[in-house]
Write a protein that binds this ligand. Structure first.
Ligand code: GRF
Length: 204
């Protein structure tokens, strides 16, 4: 079973959903750690209440994105984590080489549209509506050094209703996320065979 960590900055809805999916056997992963970027991230207490080990690492305690990222991934390595799922994580990460291809994220739009710096939360849904899109959705992708840029693993589409409030669109997309992230993670883990992946040699 692949050992997982969740990184979160907010409510933790996606992380809790993934935890549940693992525990119900829908995702072949074993969550072992949750890292929150703020002590105020409401999701952390909920995950801890579910028995997951939680850790708060705040960006302001470090001099650089690189030092902050190093601390996050050092905690993962120490816990034997193999795959990281970003779940509402808002901090910039520098990805150590050993972790390339092993970090997933979910974004509340159909990337490559409506992603990038500043595109999070309601900003995304407002941008989708302002662009006159007829559909939106959610994207699960691998994480690289560029915001919302890595290889797309899966997408779910939802219709946009002309003239609707961004909050209404957000709810429809969020419901799609709840189905998409566990499915995409399960497929990713099933297709991942560390013993046959030459790139993985020497990785934690
Ligand atoms: C989700 O909409 C996700 O797509 C985005 O951040 C939000 C996190 O929500 N990356 P939650 O904290 O999982 O409820």
């Amino acid at each position: 079973m692949t050992r997982l960590a969740f990184f979160l900055s907010g409510t933790g809805g996606n992380a809790l959903n993934l935890l549940q999916a693992c525990r119900e056997g829908r995702v072949p992963g074993e969550p072992v750690l949750a890292i929150a970027s703020s002590a105020r991230a409401a999701g952390l207490a909920k995950l801890e209440a579910e028995g997951l080990r939680g850790l708060v690492l705040e960006r302001r305690a470090f001099d650089s994105d690189a030092a902050f990222s190093e601390a996050c991934f050092a905690a993962c390595a120490a816990a034997g984590v193999e795959v990281v799922c970003l779940a509402g994580w808002l901090k910039k990460l520098s990805i150590p080489r050993a972790w390339e291809g092993r970090i997933l994220n979910i974004h509340p739009a159909l990337l490559p549209k409506h992603g990038g710096p500043g595109m999070y939360g309601m900003h995304v849904h407002r941008a989708v509506l302002a662009a006159g899109e007829t559909e939106s959705g959610a994207t699960v992708h691998l994480v690289d050094e560029v915001y919302d840029h890595g290889r797309i693993l899966a997408q779910a589409r939802v219709p946009v209703v002309a003239g609707e409030a961004p909050e209404a669109l957000q709810q429809r997309v969020y419901a799609a996320e709840m189905a998409l992230y566990p499915e995409a993670l399960a497929a990713f883990l099933a297709g991942r065979d560390p013993d046959r992946d030459p790139d993985r040699e020497g990785r934690p």
